[in-house]
Design a protein around this ligand. Structure first.
Ligand SMILES: C[S@@+](CC[C@H](N)C(=O)[O-])C[C@H]1O[C@@H](n2cnc3c(N)ncnc32)[C@H](O)[C@@H]1O
Length: 487
């Protein structure tokens, strides 16, 4: 790591070494530290665009030829950038990025590298379906290996077992997943001179983390192929020095600003000498932090207990669909449900309902979706004609039924976890838990907590005086009259 700043400066990078330093932080690896008090708006370092490593800046694409590049599908997802990184690494000192690549980690705590037994601890969480190991391996065998074999002049046969192995492929993929940024081409049409387009790291790393930084959707994220298709793989870039910053929920005090020729890390708050300089990875839930970065954030929460305020739980829309089918097989046919789901996907585009830790109410999308599933045939015909989803409102007519389906759906989702939240808390109180195990338990307990909280909210609504009165009306009971006071 000693070599990183000298190498960076030798390649045209600028670092304010009076204020900005590198340090090791227990449990976080390397990070950035303020060497002196730093005011807000201070430029800590600037990385020339030419020093970012992407399929645009690496010479390999030109040498390989862009037509052949596309023939091997290297222009889609991360396979192309991974191949560039492998190739640059194989060039050792001849590569402009040699010192940089040597400074990057080769071991990761992410579930991609966990054993089957370790992964079992994540059962029920949304992490499991998103690891993308098989998709990554398919890309390696179907894109990278044939491309490498087609050009022995570029990928020397004696290098294959060292620099182009599946293991190196996963390492490069994980480096991209945990460190890359979304660096779009500079749009000269909007360039009015001195105004940079400021983008967070969170907006940087692709769409999930939106805009510029982390949320990569590529080899390792192949579950989201729509996003991958709509992205320009050339925008994904490794940004030396910017990727040394750690992140913690709510702590960010610096941010990357994009300019025509360089990317600048600028403080967004005053930072005291000795404090860590934090970027943001987009205030992600622990499930995503673990999947991409291999760590979790845990805080004391305002309502009691511990967790990450950015946590979410994902409930596949199918949970509610199968529930409606099983509860009322005669009322709604599978065929009309399919039509309703098509309308939902067209209008909202989401096959997963997301509940956030901080949701005080039932998420509007969840109400609208369940109402759609429960529409009477007549109301469904009208909705279909207008191509309109039901309003996210619990009404006199369908409120009770909607609450009931939501409650059962959330309970089904909760039942996917093999153990209770109380069992998780008991495990977490043990001091000697292995870190991966602890992180998995924190993720699953966070998801269970959100489901339990939402179930309580639904229960309260079902038992509210207004709902009780509706239940009586629906059961045909006479509403008790308010007594008139006698004088
Ligand atoms: C962008 S890199 C930051 C530099 C990294 N710490 C290093 O030593 O190279 C992201 C990685 O830093 C670590 N990291 C970042 N923020 C962290 C945090 N709040 N807690 C623990 N580890 C963290 C994780 O290993 C993550 O994958």
């Amino acid at each position: 790591m000693d070599q990183l700043i000298p190498w960076f400066v030798s390649q045209g990078g600028i670092v304010d070494t009076e204020h900005f330093g590198l340090a090791e932080f227990p449990g976080q690896g390397w990070g950035a530290v303020a060497l002196k008090n730093i005011p807000e708006g201070h430029v800590l370092f600037s990385t020339p665009r030419t020093l970012t490593l992407s399929t645009r800046s690496c010479a390999l694409l030109d040498l390989f030829g862009s037509n052949s590049w596309a023939t091997f599908h290297l222009h889609e997802g991360w396979a192309g950038l991974i191949l560039c990184m492998m190739w640059e690494e194989s060039r050792v000192q001849d590569s402009k990025w040699f010192q940089y690549l040597a400074s990057l980690p080769s071991q990761f705590e992410t579930p991609m590298f966990w054993s089957g037994e370790e992964l079992e601890e994540l059962h029920g969480t949304s992490v499991v379906g998103k690891i993308g190991k098989i998709e990554a391996e398919n890309d390696y065998y179907n894109k990278v290996v044939p491309a490498v074999k087609s050009r022995p002049d570029l990928f020397l046969p004696e290098h294959l077992d060292r620099w182009y192995t599946l293991e190196r492929y996963h390492i490069m993929g994980s480096r991209i997943l945990s460190r890359s940024f979304q660096v779009e081409r500079w749009d000269t049409s909007e360039d009015e001179g001195a105004h940079p387009v400021g983008m967070d790291i969170d907006s940087a790393q692709t769409s999930e983390q939106v805009g510029g930084h982390r949320d990569q959707v590529g080899e390792e994220d192949n579950e989201d192929s729509d996003d991958e298709d709509s992205e320009d793989a050339g925008d994904v870039a490794m940004v030396p020095m910017a990727d040394i910053l750690n992140a913690r929920y709510g702590c960010n005090n610096a941010r990357l600003f994009y300019e025509q020729l360089e990317l600048k890390m600028v403080t967004t708050k005053p930072i005291a000498a000795g404090d860590q300089i934090w970027n943001t990875y987009g205030e992600l839930p622990n499930s995503e932090l673990l999947r991409r970065y291999g760590h979790v954030d845990v805080f004391d929460l305002p309502g009691g207990g511990q967790g990450n305020p950015g946590d979410v739980v994902e409930v596949p829309a199918n949970v509610f669909v199968s529930l409606v089918l099983s509860v009322d097989p005669k009322g709604v046919s599978a065929e009309t449900l399919r039509e309703r789901i098509d309308l939902w996907l067209e209008e909202s585009g989401d096959d997963t309902l997301v509940i956030e830790a901080e949701d005080a109410e039932i998420p509007p999308a969840l109400i609208s979706f369940v109402r759609l599933l429960l529409l009477t045939p007549g109301d469904w015909e009208k909705a279909k004609e207008k191509q309109k989803l039901p309003k996210p409102k619990l009404t006199e007519e369908d409120g009770l039924a909607v609450l009931d389906v939501i409650k059962q759906g959330l309970q089904r989702r909760l039942d996917e976890f093999p153990s209770s939240i109380e069992a998780d808390w008991a495990l977490l109180s043990k001091p000697d838990l292995p870190p991966k195990n602890r992180n998995a338990i924190i993720v699953r307990a966070g998801e269970k907590r959100i489901l339990l909280e939402m179930l309580k909210k639904v229960g309260r609504l079902q038992n509210s005086p207004a709902t009780e009165s509706k239940k009586r009306k629906q059961a045909g009971q006479v509403e008790p009259q308010a007594k008139k006071s006698k004088r």
